[in-house]
Design a protein around this ligand. Structure first.
Ligand code: ZN
Length: 195
């Protein structure tokens, strides 16, 4: 009697190419369905997949790490190029979208409230970046947004004092109106700090 398992194993050993060809053909014929199944499986079992990757990594750590090392050494130029592309992508993205966490950070710490507000002083990098971001998107009018005087000296001023990265939260004011407004805010903040 021939052991079925052994027979199959033997068959596989002797017909590797044939089996590979058959598998490939099957895949080609059912590509759409198989990919869909794979996608669905990934969607339904993210934890399972994560776990199996973890196990795979633990079992093959040395091989994987040495592969990475080799890849890094033999593809230095490619990696450099990719890094550049990525940096460019990030820069482009930041130019168009609000980097939410950066702004949030400025607002959420208590030392940024009132007169100590670095944003208000206009001396921190976040403020300068925000200022030029708004400037690039809000066209400068001919007249002051408050008193309507016509002047070339218009300052970009924040309306809500929350320094939102929103064009609508900013206005162009003449020097006098800007100073008046800042003076009012200054008094208000001093008052608040005394309380
Ligand atoms: Zn004015």
């Amino acid at each position: 009697m021939v052991n079925r398992k052994e027979y199959l194993k033997d068959y596989e050993m002797r017909n590797k190419e044939k089996i590979a060809k058959r598998k490939k053909r099957y895949y080609e014929l059912n590509k759409g369905r198989l990919l869909q199944q794979k996608k669905e499986y990934r969607r339904l079992n993210p934890e399972k997949i994560k776990q199996s990757w973890k196990e795979y990594y633990q079992d093959n750590k040395e091989v994987i790490l040495s592969y990475h090392k080799e890849y890094k050494q033999t593809n230095k130029d490619r990696i450099k190029e990719r890094g550049k592309e990525y940096a460019l992508k990030i820069r482009k993205r930041d130019d168009f979208f609000e980097p939410k966490n950066k702004i949030k950070q400025v607002h959420s710490t208590s030392k940024n409230i009132g007169l100590n507000n670095g944003m208000w002083k206009g001396d921190n990098v976040g403020y300068i970046a925000l200022h030029s971001w708004i400037k690039a998107r809000k066209p400068k009018p001919l007249n002051c947004g408050h008193c309507n005087v016509r002047t070339n000296l218009l300052d970009l001023a924040n309306i809500s004092q929350e320094y939102k990265r929103e064009v609508i939260d900013w206005e162009y004011l003449c020097r006098r109106c800007h100073m008046n407004k800042d003076g009012r805010i200054n008094k208000l903040l001093v008052g608040l700090n005394k309380q």
